[in-house]
Ligand binder design. Structure first.
Ligand code: PEP
Ligand code: MN
Length: 360
């Protein structure tokens, strides 16, 4: 579907990269909202975010202040002149947010995965001219992400943008949500007029990762950043580890290097980021494979089985090299990699057999 999009920038917001959206994960109290907003406004931030309804993984946490918080956002607008933005996940959220004069909306990662929910939001927004930013679904499914834009577009919304906040994964990792940069890069190729924001806060999950991830997003020509900022991050009721104060945010933005490079180096950077993303996935998979190897080692130990099972090893080498051949990989290359991996697996299992190192 070819989409004719319009700008998400409301009057007074500069089109310069990065367009910044900042504010707390959750609106917690009137004081916290206003203090954070004042801090951000004093640093020149024009768009204020705050979650009013929070999708939490488990019940019992802070699930958002709900409707009363919308009055605080109104105060932010009146006092600071910033535009205010919140997350909507149901039609009721949409009606309440619109009634309260919220200027921009975003759809969260847990909502984008659900076409029923996205359609419900789209239907509730029929005839309303408001910018809507859509976070990627939690699972790395580009079609689902694009589908959400199509549903909104179908309902008449034209001011659309994407927020890349990374993708969840099961194993141990540096990032709370894996960047998998090749996915937003492919989104850009498929929808060139769609602005793309990065949310380094939910991607990294820690304060330390906000600056480097923001820089990477800028190097990849992202249009904007959505960053969680709280006047007192350590005491935040949600996502405390990843929120930064308005002062720190200002510092992070000031040290960003914005390269307005020509097309050639931009393409090269994009390709390199794809390689970075793939290496990241390779390492995750290797870590997962080693973990399973160790489990096998424990099993073998408990059942007094030898580590080396030659028929199995040969079968792996043969089967994988013919699989690789179908993917245009040379059999020698595949075999040599698998030999290395197998050697490391054996080494790990020996450690378990000899009990000379503690298991993780
Ligand atoms: C948020 O922005 O606070 C949020 C809940 O993010 P996500 O949907 O990316 O998890
Ligand atoms: Mn959050």
């Amino acid at each position: 579907m070819e989409m004719k999009l319009e700008s998400i920038l409301l009057p007074g917001v500069d089109a310069q990269r990065p367009i910044v959206i900042a504010g707390p994960c959750s609106a917690e109290s009137e004081e916290q909202v206003l203090e954070t907003a004042r801090g951000l406004a004093s640093k020149g931030i024009k768009i204020f975010r705050a979650g009013i309804w929070k999708p939490r993984t488990k019940p019992g946490g802070f699930e958002g202040i709900g409707v009363p918080g919308l009055a605080w956002l109104k105060k932010v607008k009146e006092e600071t002149g910033m535009y205010v933005m919140t997350e909507v996940a149901t039609k009721d959220h949409v009606f309440e947010a619109l009634k309260a004069g919220v200027d921009m909306l975003w759809i969260g990662a847990r909502t984008t995965v659900n076409p029923f929910a996205v359609q419900e939001i789209a239907d509730a927004l029929k005839g309303v001219d408001i910018p809507v930013l859509v976070k990627n679904p939690v699972n790395p499914d580009l079609e689902l992400w694009i589908g959400a834009f199509e549903r909104l577009y179908g309902a008449g919304l034209r001011r659309l943008a994407a927020i890349h906040r990374g993708f969840s994964s099961y194993d141990k990792k540096i990032y709370r949500n894996l960047p998998l940069w090749h996915i937003p890069i492919e989104l850009r190729r498929r929808m060139p007029s769609l602005p793309i924001f990065c949310d380094p806060s939910h991607m990294g999950g820690t304060r330390e990762l906000v600056a480097p991830l923001s820089q990477q997003a800028m190097d990849l020509s992202f249009d904007g950043l959505m960053i969680e900022s709280h006047c007192n991050p350590d005491n935040a009721l949600s996502d405390a580890k990843q929120q930064i104060t308005p002062d720190v945010l200002d510092y992070v933005l000031n040290v960003l290097v914005i390269r307005e490079s020509n097309q050639t180096t931009e393409n090269l950077t994009a390709l390199r980021r794809q390689i970075d993303g793939i290496d990241e996935q390779l390492l995750e998979l290797l870590a997962k494979r080693m973990r399973i190897s160790r489990e096998i080692g424990t099993y073998k130990k408990e059942h007094s089985m030898p580590i080396l099972q030659s028929p199995r090893y040969n079968e792996i080498l043969e089967n994988r090299s013919s699989m690789g051949k179908q993917m245009d990989l040379s059999p020698e290359f595949v075999k040599s990699i698998l030999r290395e991996i197998h050697e490391e697996s054996v080494r790990q299992q020996m450690i378990i057999m000899n009990d000379c190192e503690k298991e993780e």
